[in-house]
Design a protein around this ligand. Sequence first.
Ligand code: ZN
Ligand code: ZN
Length: 319
Amino acid sequence: MFLSEATLPISISPISDESGLGYCLRSISRNGASLHGLRRLLGIDNVGRFTAKHASHLGRIFRQSSQWFESSLPSIEKTKPYKRDCYGHRWFSKNNLRLQAPQVCVPCLHSKGYCRAVWDVSLSTVCVEHQCYLLDFCSKCQKPLRWDRPRVDVGHCGHLLTSDAIKKAPKVLLDFQTLLERKFDLLVNQDSRPVHADELDWSVLTLSGMHAALVGFGCKEKPYEVLHSRIRTGAYRTEEWALFTLRGLERWSRWITSSPLSDELSSLVSDSLLEHMAVWHDSVQDQKFAVALLERIFSKNLKIVIGGRLERLSQLELF
Ligand SMILES: [Zn+2]
Ligand SMILES: [Zn+2]
């Protein structure tokens, strides 16, 4: 039999809010095989990524719609700068999604039996239903979780994932997660954008824009801290993303409620992340938002009119 004709004996359907990679793991393990085995079926090497390019092949192997894999796995356009489509959203930083180091809500895994797609978003750090932090490690041996593991609820180490290490999440992160999940869900999201929004309205940002703005506000621990050049690409742990988000939200609300904090803020906020957001994001709202922040916090006078063609904007020497 040719490899391309291989199908699996047990065919299970993806759940509507299931992670693309999580489904591959859940489905292949139900068939007594591993993601390595799935890679062999697809003809990719041992560390190869599953991407939207494999959608039709995966559809045949799992006997499911290839469109589902197409939207639930990342596209592989080799663009510079980084640009990927996944889950119906466009992502502009390598670390927007946790495609290499997954995280889970252990109580959800035990009650639902699958990995939720929204856990693949790096800014997701808590579970609203169980009011706890997500886990990206095995609570028995502390080893980081990998996609390559025997089952969705078992670590690569062989330990069953348990709730021992889960911590109660603060309200501010639970509220933020609710907003993020609303935005992530395209069916809810479609009509929710206000037509004439204030230029500093978070609700109009794309998820990737929200990531850039929040990390820009929250990644520095102290004033004038020099950031590592990998801040936009590095894979961070759940607790680090939670810290960025908490600090970002706290600084944001302090700034919005008592405006003249710009001097202090300019030493705490990363202008390079906002500049990247202003130039490379293809949502006009994201660009307007970033430009407004740069003008107000750093007094950077950007003599550009956002709203023209993106290609033209991207080629401008702005800074
Ligand atoms: Zn949960
Ligand atoms: Zn373990």
